[in-house]
Ligand binder design. Structure first.
Ligand code: TRP
Length: 329
């Protein structure tokens, strides 16, 4: 099984990203050959900060490796290191009706908030499809927000195959129930790096994590109806389910149901287990950060291997659509 996914380099990764997606990426390494990408071409649709982009890419790579993306098992590359993807994007865009892209809810939402809507934002799903199809990936782990993009990817693959002959497998989404981590200091909102005090970063030392947990918003006491659990307590249970043992979760669930859950005890356990899970990641991150050349080497080695695959796909596609071979430079 060939597994593919990507994230945009928005800088370092926080607990919400880790629990929501990256833990799953790490697990999938046991199930197939994984290719993971840091999508910096995609970030050009929104990001006009060339001075920050290289650092954001580096931080993303650092975080992913520290979380357990294993370069011995998987590929981890930077999207722009394989420029062939832009050629595939062009070719696929010539088979994509505008109406199909007009329906994308993410585009509708994003473009509403903008004064000027660039064409890249509109064709972004074609670039995403090209990422996937370039490597003939079969399974794509994504969050719910990307499902519609994956659906059009399947449409593009099917259409290309019908027009030019069997070329691409139709990639299937793999949607695990995404763990939605809310901000501990405002559990009605998703954990976010752009909100002050909201995010626990993977680079945070134990005392910072413990302070977040200690200050987490709770409520006046367990409610008689477990359906009525307040957002703050529900969020702590979500984290507990992700990072603690089933026994610990069971113990606190029972206490909650019995109306005698002590929030201090819950916070102590959660703090302890979060630190235990995140501390090895922070240390690996620190170690790698001290050796940027190692990170670079990993990214370059993947790009080197994958570029051969990309070139082979492009040669096949160029031939099929009538562009033929490129003369040697
Ligand atoms: N569009 C995705 C996001 O913003 C990132 C992405 C780019 C992606 N290419 C992809 C995800 C290919 C899955 C497969 O989150």
């Amino acid at each position: 099984m060939k597994i593919y996914s990507a994230i945009q380099p928005t800088g370092s990764i926080h607990l919400g990203n880790y629990a929501g997606a990256i833990m799953n990426w790490v697990k999938l390494q046991e199930e197939g050959r994984c290719i993971y990408c840091i999508a910096n071409y995609h970030s050009l649709t929104a990001n006009r900060e060339p001075q920050h982009l290289p650092q954001r890419v580096f931080e993303a790579a650092l975080d992913l490796l520290a979380c357990g993306i294993d370069p011995e098992k998987s590929e981890l590359y930077v999207q722009s290191h394989i420029p062939e993807v832009t050629e595939l994007t062009w070719i696929l865009s010539c088979c994509a009706p505008m109406g199909e892209l007009n329906r994308m809810t993410q585009f509708k939402e994003k473009s509403q908030r903008l004064e000027v809507v660039n064409a890249g934002l509109f064709t972004y799903p074609i670039l995403m499809a090209s990422d996937i199809l370039l490597f003939k990936a079969e399974v794509v782990p994504v969050g719910e927000d990307q499902l519609q993009h994956l659906e059009v990817t399947r449409v593009f693959a099917r259409r290309f195959n019908a027009l030019f002959g069997e070329t691409f497998p139709e990639p299937k989404p793999s949607v695990t129930k995404a763990t939605r981590v809310m901000a501990l200091n405002d559990p009605t909102r998703k954990m976010s790096k752009s909100v002050e005090g909201s995010a626990i970063m993977l680079s945070d030392p134990p005392e910072v994590i413990l302070r977040h947990v200690k200050r987490a918003v709770t409520d006046a006491g367990p409610s008689a109806d477990p359906q009525q659990m307040s957002p703050g307590i529900a969020n702590m249970f979500t984290l507990l389910e992700t990072f603690s043992t089933p026994e610990t979760v069971g113990y606190f669930r029972e206490a909650y149901a019995g109306g005698n859950l002590r929030y201090k005890e819950l916070k102590d356990a959660l703090g302890r287990d979060l630190v235990a899970a995140l501390e090895p990641i922070r240390l690996r991150r620190q170690e790698l950060a001290a050796h940027p050349e190692r990170v670079e080497e990993i990214l370059h080695a993947s790009a080197h291997r994958l570029r051969q695959v990309a070139k082979a796909t492009l040669a096949e596609v160029r031939e099929k659509v009538g562009l033929g071979v490129t003369p040697e430079a």
